[in-house]
Design a protein around this ligand. Sequence first.
Ligand code: CA
Ligand code: CA
Length: 203
Amino acid sequence: MNLRVVLKTAFLLFICVDFKVNAEVLESDSLPVLQEWWRAPADIIGLGRSVSFLPNFYNGKDAIVVSVPDPTNPFLPMHFHTWLNRFPGDTQNVFSWKGGNVKSGDFNGDGITDYVDGAGYIYKGIQNGQPPMPEPVARYISGENIFDFNSDGFDDIYAINEDKILYGSTDLTKLVSVNAEFTGMLTQNFTALQNSPGRIQIY
Ligand SMILES: [Ca+2]
Ligand SMILES: [Ca+2]
């Protein structure tokens, strides 16, 4: 097991421990008991394998992206639907994605939120608080972390599994990626250094 794999594993363990600690803190704060919102029918296999949260997505409301199996055949590729919480059990799809694990950022720097899905498709934002253009404008890499790594005002996409950073830019159809060297434990505050042309270190 090389150092990089060890560090990534340590990072994941750190996240798990952090969630556990936070959960214990929440329990000690005696928060109200959550009410069941909706229970999926037992015959829907694979529903919700990936879920992501999108703040201020639809008419100013928050949304969740949920993987939904094909109703005709559970072995077909998943659909990725967007649900709101307008009433208990509101599973009406308000936006379809080509992949789950959707992340948001302003990749073209126009002040409007854009999105990247888990299949690497980029969706250009039209207006904050509203869904983006229904068809993606380009496909690159899916990213686990969105951050302006090179401090140029455009959010960037870091794909930890591919060790690449896709730099945001004005034209979303012509984005450029570089190799990223993972050298330590990621925290919420990233530091990125360019140590040679086209290659940066993150820690
Ligand atoms: Ca934008
Ligand atoms: Ca940037």
